[in-house]
Design a protein around this ligand. Structure first.
Ligand code: HEM
Length: 100
C-alpha cells in the first residue's frame, strides 16, 4: 500500500512540506488524486465543486479566521485527524466567518 497522505509531504520533493503555500513549487505534481491508470475519475468534478464553493463563500464574506478557542493560538495549534493512512482529513475545522 502507498501512504497517499504522505506523498504530498515528502521533504525530498517539497521544501517545508508541512506548510501551506500558494506559491509551492511544482504544486501541480501533487498526488491527491492519484496518478496513472487509476487516477481519480471524479477529479475534474471535485475541482469544479471546490472552486465554485470557495468563490461563493468568499463573495459573501469579508474574512475567515481560525477559531483559536478550539484550535489554539499561532505556534500552539491543535487539530485532530481522521485515523486513516489513505487520506489526511481533519475531524473538525472550526472557523469564524465575518459576513459582508
Ligand atoms: C477532493 C475529492 C477527491 C479526492 C481527494 C479523491 C481522491 C482519489 C484517489 C486518491 C483515488 C485513488 C487513485 C489510485 O487508485 O491511484 C481516487 C479514485 C477514484 N475516485 Fe476520487 N477523489 C475525490 C473525489 C471524487 C469524486 C467527486 C468522484 C466521483 C464523482 C470520485 C471518483 C473516483 C473513482 C471512480 C475512482 C477510481 C478510479 C479507478 O480506480 O480507476 N472521486 N480518488
Amino acid at each position: 500500500m502507498i501512504a497517499n497522505l504522505a506523498v504530498n509531504r515528502d521533504s525530498r520533493r517539497y521544501p517545508d512540506p508541512d506548510s501551506f503555500s500558494m506559491e509551492r513549487p511544482r504544486a501541480k505534481e501533487h498526488l491527491a488524486f492519484g496518478r496513472g491508470a487509476h487516477t481519480c475519475a471524479g477529479a475534474p468534478l471535485a475541482r469544479v465543486e471546490v472552486r465554485l464553493s470557495l468563490e461563493l463563500l468568499l463573495s459573501r464574506l469579508d474574512d475567515i479566521e481560525l477559531n483559536t478557542g478550539v484550535h489554539g493560538p499561532p505556534g500552539d495549534r491543535r487539530f485532530q485527524y481522521e485515523p486513516s493512512y489513505v487520506l489526511r482529513g481533519l475531524e473538525e475545522l472550526h472557523l469564524n466567518f465575518v459576513r459582508k
